[in-house]
Design a protein around this ligand. Structure first.
Ligand code: CO
Length: 216
C-alpha cells in the first residue's frame, strides 16, 4: 500500500468529525432532524465512477437525492438490485423524478467497445454491447473513435431510461399521480457540466405500453 493511501485512510475518521462539526455549527439539530425523515424528490441512477458524486454535481444536501450507482449506469431488466431501488424510490419515497446519468469518459462504456475478456464484467457489459448493436449503423458512421464512444454514452443513457420506464412501478405511479418523470443526463468529467438529453418521456412511455404491456 502506498504512503499516500495510508495517510488518506488515516484521515477519514478525522475528516468525518470535522464534517459533523461543520454541519452542527449553525444547526445543532441537523443530524437529529435528518434522521427523522427521508423524503428525497429525486432518484439518481449513475455510474460508480468516483468522479461523479451525485449530490455534489446536483448541488444537493444529504436527504435530497436517493442514489443508485453501478458500473456504467445500467438498468438490466433482470437486476434485482436496481429494480428494488426503483421500486422503493417510487412506491415508498414517492420520488418525482428518476434520473439516469451517464458520463463522458466512462470506463465501462470504453471497455464495452473493446473485444477483451473482462471476466465477471463481460455479462454486465453485454448490456452496453446490446445498445451498440441496436444503434450500430449510427455509431459505425462516426469516424472519430472518441466521438463514437461519447455518442454511445448518450445512447446507453437513453436505453437505460427506457428500461426504467418499462417497470410496472413507474407506469403505475405515473398513471395514478402523474409522476415520476424519467430524465436522461450526461455529465462531462472535463468541465463538470451536466447535460440534459431531453429524452421524450411521454412518447417512450407510449411505445413501452404498446410493446411491453403488463396487463393481460
Ligand atoms: Co463510468
Amino acid at each position: 500500500m502506498s504512503d499516500r493511501t495510508t495517510k488518506l485512510y488515516e484521515k477519514i475518521f478525522a475528516n468525518n468529525l470535522k464534517w459533523v462539526a461543520e454541519k452542527t455549527a449553525n444547526d445543532a439539530h441537523y443530524f437529529e432532524r435528518l434522521s427523522k425523515t427521508h423524503d428525497p424528490a429525486f432518484l439518481f441512477i449513475g455510474c460508480a465512477d468516483s468522479r461523479v458524486p451525485a449530490n455534489e454535481i446536483m448541488g444537493l444536501d444529504p436527504g435530497e437525492v436517493f442514489v443508485h450507482r453501478n458500473v456504467a449506469n445500467i438498468v438490466p431488466n433482470t437486476d434485482k438490485n436496481v429494480h428494488s431501488t426503483i421500486q422503493y424510490a417510487v412506491e415508498h419515497l414517492d420520488v418525482q423524478h428518476v434520473i439516469v446519468c451517464g458520463h463522458y469518459g466512462c470506463g465501462g462504456v470504453d471497455a464495452a467497445m473493446q473485444s477483451s475478456d473482462m471476466g465477471q464484467l463481460n455479462g454486465w457489459l453485454h448490456e452496453i454491447r446490446d445498445v451498440y448493436r441496436f444503434h450500430r449503423d449510427e455509431l459505425d458512421a462516426i469516424p472519430d473513435p472518441r466521438a463514437r464512444t461519447r455518442r454511445l454514452v448518450e445512447l446507453n443513457v437513453h436505453e437505460q431510461c427506457i428500461n426504467v420506464i418499462k417497470t410496472g412501478f413507474v407506469q403505475k405511479s405515473y398513471d395514478k399521480l402523474g409522476y415520476p418523470i424519467v430524465h436522461g443526463w450526461v455529465y462531462a468529467l472535463e468541465d463538470g457540466i451536466l447535460h440534459d438529453l431531453e429524452i421524450p418521456f411521454e412518447s417512450i412511455l407510449k411505445m413501452v405500453r404498446e410493446i411491453y404491456r403488463l396487463e393481460g
